[in-house]
Design a protein around this ligand. Sequence first.
Ligand code: FAD
Ligand code: DLZ
Ligand code: SF4
Length: 512
Amino acid sequence: MSTLRLILADQLSHDLASLKDCELDNDWLLMVEVREEANYVKHHKKKIAFLFSAMRHFANELTGKGHQLVYTKYDGKDNKGSLFGEVKRLCEQKNIDKIILTHPGEYRVLVEMQSWQEKLNIAVEIRQDDRFLASLEEFASWAQGRKQLRMEFFYREMRKAWHFLMDGDKPVGDKWNFDSANRKALPKEMSPPQPTKFETDAITQEVLELVAKEFDDHFGQLENFHFAVTREQALVVLDEFISQRLVNFGDYQDAMVQGQPWMYHSHISFYLNCGLLTPKEVIEQAENAYRNGDAPLNAVEGFIRQVLGWREYVRGLYWLKMPDYKNENFLEATRSLPKFFWDANTKMNCLHQCIKETSENAYAHHIQRLMILGNFALLAGLHPDEVNEWYLIVYADAYEWVEMPNVTGMILFADGGLLASKPYAASGSYINKMSNYCKSCHYKVKDKNGSQACPFNYLYWDFLDRNKEKLGNNPRLGMPYRTLNKMTDEKRQIIQRDSQIFLQTLDTYEKV
Ligand code: FAD
Ligand code: DLZ
Ligand code: SF4
């Protein structure tokens, strides 16, 4: 009798919970490329290529360590097309009396796994995913009894619990948060370094050909694939971030520059989320850079907050609130996703640039996802289901546990303020301050109304006006609502008229 241990595409870690206590000669490891997972949303071509290549490399490492492993390729002749189908097939072929799994990253996969014991009549053990720094129980106990689940307070607890960036029981620098120093636009003379790129090897080449053939109708470009596909390569990306970019990460964290999709960000979310890097090692390296005098505190604290704070927090929130979280739509948004989210064919230059780069790279940095794409989705009242699906498709780091709280909670305020204390809504002047997109735009960022005016300008006020009943009492929106209330009726009507014309044109799929 032996044990089957299934390893999912985002579980590529040698010290994975379900690999602990594995008996080399007795147990069977299973990794599968399946139609169900690759098509339940039509993932970006680069995302599929990245995961399949990283899976194949990881499988080779495991067999190199002496494991017995069955690997099902996507175009394998007997591929059953689903996780369950492949697990069942192996159970029938080998003498399996137990299945060991690591907790998956998506609720639908967990529900599926929980049905296997009964369906197969074989014992199934689902182990906690201990690659995260907060267990689901720890998050739930932090959340219990709190009216508001603010990330900032969770993050402080995590700093203390793990003793990251602490001097005794005090935060280094005597402050928990250095965000106020992290909102600079990029000076013209500065040019961020190129991202770390890798040549494709024979394994990746084979996967690229497979993806070109099988996923031709999926979003995004496959050309210029340069992601890391092994832990060794992912460590190089991390090293280069720490030595070349971290120093400027804080200052320019919110900056956007046309033609610079990578900026001073780390580009490690792909690797953290699929298991090639661990959050602990990433945080330790960043802290060491500060302690060695190689990076300033605002950069290091800002970076650690993303990984130790936001990343752990959104995971805890997702599992605490699922499955209801999926149906949240506090602002009752109903509009369909505009076609330009797929083809970048819009006269709004900020959106055009961010969608084009997303298509090319399966990546956009945080402030593009939040303040350009997300801000537009919020102001235009796009339906949470469609926005969630789009974000899950287009980014190579997207799994529901991290994508959904960022979309439903952070950008759409669809959870009514569970995650964010106010909607991240902004007019064109914010975008103009933090980027150079407006300089080459068809629309005029300084114009507030009329056919030439930046649509973000009137949509911003129209959004507040439309949602006054639900947002008017939010203490953090006091200022804009006071300004709105002081506007003349005529001004408000002009805002409404411009917004209606714009949104109706959007609905007809005409170019805006
Ligand atoms: P950096 O800017 O260098 O940040 C360092 C790390 O911090 C990231 O690698 C990531 O692991 C973590 N991090 C930063 N912000 C967040 C956050 N808000 N939530 C969780 N982790 C965070 N991140 C994903 O990993 N997958 C997603 O599907 C995803 N969808 C998003 C959707 C929206 C609408 C928004 C606003 C943000 C989303 N993010 C997502 C968070 C963030 O944008 C990405 O983690 C980041 O852009 C990845 O690039 P980077 O590795 O260069 O990050
Ligand atoms: C995203 C994805 C894709 C594209 N393909 C596979 C696959 O073929 N096999 C697999 O095990 N996982 C895949 N995944 C990831 C899953 O859909 C799912 O998001 C995570 O495993 C949840 O933890
Ligand atoms: Fe975007 Fe408005 Fe600036 Fe154009 S003018 S780039 S639409 S913010």
